[in-house]
Structures are given as structure tokens and as C-alpha cells.
Ligand binder design. Structure first.
Ligand SMILES: [Cu+2]
Length: 144
């Protein structure tokens, strides 16, 4: 069940070591990506309101085949972290519900600091197993 979730390093240890890092230039923050193996087109939907640091929020992910057919009944594991800080997500978000048209609800997302986060999805569905990574920047205005 948890084999896709890598263990997170203690956020206490890292909080001391991390200051603000500059974002990499040309960071691709687009919300639709083709998965690494080109099996799925994946669209991430952030929560409607602003993302505030240290608050739980729900995201949605929409899965389709490259031809645009919605992919239902897929398994999606959520992982991620801050590449510049070497730590994972502070929580273990999970897909808790499948919504219509190949859309899935991810609950338990939380960002513990501002900056560049990766959201990594491991997908297993009718087209096979594949992975995709999204970049999200939590702005300074989200507060600490
Ligand atoms: Cu960090």
C-alpha cells in the first residue's frame, strides 16, 4: 500500500537548515502534463481558494488517455516534496474518492513552507503504470 511513499525526513531537522531558495529558472508549473511513459494525460486542479501554508487542502486530478478518453478506476499514489530542501511532503495525501469522468479527489495535502514543491503521482490504470510530476510554487504571500 505504501510502497510509493518514500519516508519523509524530519521537518524539524530541515527547518533549521532551510532558508528561502531561489526558484529554478523556467520552472514548468503547468497543470496538465503527459505522464513520463506517455500513457496518460494528467491535469491537476488546485483547491479553489488560495493555498495557505500549514493548512490542509484538497486537490483534484483528472486522468485521460492520450486520445482524451477519461480513465476511471485507476490507482493513484501521491508523493512529493521540496527538491531544493531534500524533504518530502509533511503529510501523506491520498486519493479518497473517485469522482465522475476520470477525476479523483486528493485529500490531506499540506505545504509546510513557501517555495517550490513537487507533486508526484504514481498512476496504475487501464493503460498501465506510469508517473508524472507537477511543480507548484507556494508564494511568500501564503505566509509562514
Ligand atoms: Cu522546504
Amino acid at each position: 500500500m505504501n510502497r510509493f511513499i518514500t519516508s519523509t525526513i524530519s521537518s524539524f531537522a530541515l527547518a533549521a537548515a532551510t532558508a528561502c531558495s531561489a526558484l529554478p529558472p523556467n520552472l514548468d508549473t503547468s497543470l496538465t502534463h503527459t505522464s513520463v511513459g506517455k500513457k496518460y494525460v494528467v491535469t491537476l486542479q488546485p483547491p479553489a481558494g488560495p493555498v495557505v501554508v500549514n493548512q490542509m487542502h484538497a486537490w483534484q486530478v483528472k486522468l485521460a488517455s492520450p486520445a482524451g478518453t477519461p480513465i476511471t478506476h485507476a490507482q493513484i499514489k501521491v508523493d512529493g516534496g521540496m527538491p531544493q530542501h531534500g524533504h518530502g511532503l509533511p503529510t501523506r495525501p491520498q486519493v479518497t474518492r473517485e469522482l465522475p469522468n476520470g477525476t479523483y479527489l486528493i485529500e490531506g495535502m499540506k505545504f509546510s513552507m513557501t517555495g517550490w514543491w513537487e507533486i508526484k503521482l504514481a498512476i496504475d490504470g487501464s493503460e498501465g503504470a506510469d508517473k508524472v510530476t507537477f511543480n507548484t510554487v507556494v508564494p511568500e504571500s501564503a505566509g509562514r
